[in-house]
Design a protein around this ligand. Structure first.
Ligand code: ZN
Length: 458
């Protein structure tokens, strides 16, 4: 099977030029000008950008939550991702207390099998660390699960103490894995939540008011300090507070390998959304919470100057009906999470590139190249080069798109950006050479996504 993409503007993290891309089976085999070999299929990309497929390294598909689960499974979630121009995800498998890591991995592999329409990998969430778990980390790294997520919040559920976190960090010094950290001071937050509820403060906005920016900054600082003592890199997930970014910047200025991602919701939504009438603030209940609007510029600066390396989504959708509603009388019972897997590329292009905050190359780097490099997928993914997987997005920089739950494909009954107009959207999307999106229609196949065995650091 040969596909030729003709006349587009090829954009990578470093280059931008007009050219043709030849795809044979699953790989890019040739890039040139005026390629005129025969092809089974030709895509005219004139006037469009030809981008490496987006890589979203933070998603929660089919994630159990208090008897229910996140509203997108690996089928609906990966199809929505493809519509938005994302061709690889790294989701989170969860080790619950008393379980082995291997059991968790197998469980999540089964969730994706036969359903995923694009390629997928897994981080492993560790909630129970003992000698056996530490050895299992090495085995998982060899099997391509090369990153582990730990929590500094949610005591009794996900949270690990500093000693356990330190042991896991040390272990990655030997096995080449990477620790990803949910950095919030959980114990402080728990006290604030109890006091708010005792005072009768039950509305959604108290979710944000009980998770202050400094609780995120403190944990971010502590996580980086523990990694510094262990002499290993660390990756902070879903950084939302400018105060936490200052900690990352300070560490990077000292030469430490501290990395961090932020998410579109922290760039385009703010605390003000919690003040929406009635129970609508629940749409935005996620952790860490949305922050003050005036702090967003600092996050954009972090993205522009590489103190933040990735934009991921933390896609974890829950419907308002029956799911978010569980917390109508108690904000602490509102399921944490929001949809975003489909809207990431268009939002960051529109609010980043078109608004003049980041370059087109930086857009590609933040949404594809840098996640691929940090999480062991580069150069197979994350760029357009001969030998790389043909994960390609033909992106129309002038196409208007209205973000709405009615027209998007995520399996959830609201959209946090409802009615927002953006310009720039994916026209055609290829995953390993196969068309998955064409003329606004999904033409891929559930189950055709492959498990991504990821490489270790270096
Ligand atoms: Zn998450």
């Amino acid at each position: 099977m040969r596909t030729l993409i003709k006349g587009g503007t090829i954009v990578t993290a470093v280059d931008q030029y007009t050219g043709d891309v030849l795809i044979e089976d699953e790989k890019i085999t040739l890039i040139g000008t005026s390629l005129d070999m025969s092809a089974d299929k030709t895509i005219d990309a004139s006037g469009k950008y030809v981008l490496p497929g987006g890589i979203d390294v933070h998603t929660h598909l089919d994630m159990p939550f208090g008897g229910s689960k996140s509203a997108d499974d690996f089928q609906t979630g990966t199809i929505a991702a493809a519509f938005g121009g994302t061709t690889s995800i790294v989701d989170f498998a969860i080790q619950y207390k008393g379980q082995t890591l291997h059991h968790a991995w197998e469980t999540w592999m089964k969730k994706a099998e036969g359903k995923a329409a694009i390629d997928y990998g897994f981080h492993m969430i560790m909630t129970d660390l003992n000698d056996q778990t530490e050895q299992e980390m090495d085995a998982l790294v060899r099997q391509g699960v090369t990153s582990f997520k730990l929590f500094m919040a949610y005591r009794g559920v996900f949270m690990l103490d500093d000693g356990s976190i330190f042991k896991a960090l040390l272990r990655t010094g030997q096995n080449g894995g990477t620790i990803c950290m949910h950095a919030e001071n959980g114990d402080v937050i728990d006290v604030l939540v109890q006091r708010a509820l005792a005072a009768g403060h039950t509305a959604p906005r108290y979710h944000a008011l009980t998770r202050p920016p400094r609780a995120e900054a403190e944990a971010t600082h502590r996580a980086i300090a523990l990694a510094e003592i262990a002499d290993v890199p660390i990756y902070i997930v879903h950084l939302s507070a400018a105060e936490a970014l200052e900690m990352v910047t300070e560490a990077r200025d000292r030469g430490l390998q501290a990395y961090a991602e932020t998410c579109p919701q922290y760039l385009f939504l703010s605390y003000d959304n919690y003040e929406e009438p009635g129970f609508d603030g629940a749409k935005y209940v996620m952790s860490p919470p949305l922050r003050a609007k005036e702090k967003q510029d600092q996050l954009w600066r972090g993205l522009a100057f590489n103190d933040l390396q990735c934009v991921s989504t933390d896609h974890c959708p829950f419907c308002m009906k029956e799911q978010k509603e569980l917390g109508r009388n108690d904000f602490s019972k509102i399921p944490n999470g929001a949809p975003g897997i489909e809207t990431r590329m268009s939002l960051v292009y529109d609010g980043g590139v078109r608004a003049g905050r980041i370059s087109l190359n930086r857009f590609v780097e933040l949404t594809s190249t840098s996640p691929a490099k940090i999480f062991g997928l580069f150069p197979r993914k994350g760029t357009i080069a001969p030998g790389s997987d043909a994960d390609i997005v033909v992106f129309d920089p002038n196409r208007p798109l209205t973000l709405s739950a009615k027209t998007l494909h995520m399996n959830v009954d609201y959209n946090p950006y409802e009615g927002r107009q953006v310009t720039g959207a994916a026209d055609a999307v290829l995953s390993r050479g196969r068309s998955v999106i064409e003329n606004g229609v999904f033409v891929g196949k559930p189950g055709s996504g492959n498990f991504l065995k990821r490489a270790t650091r270096g």
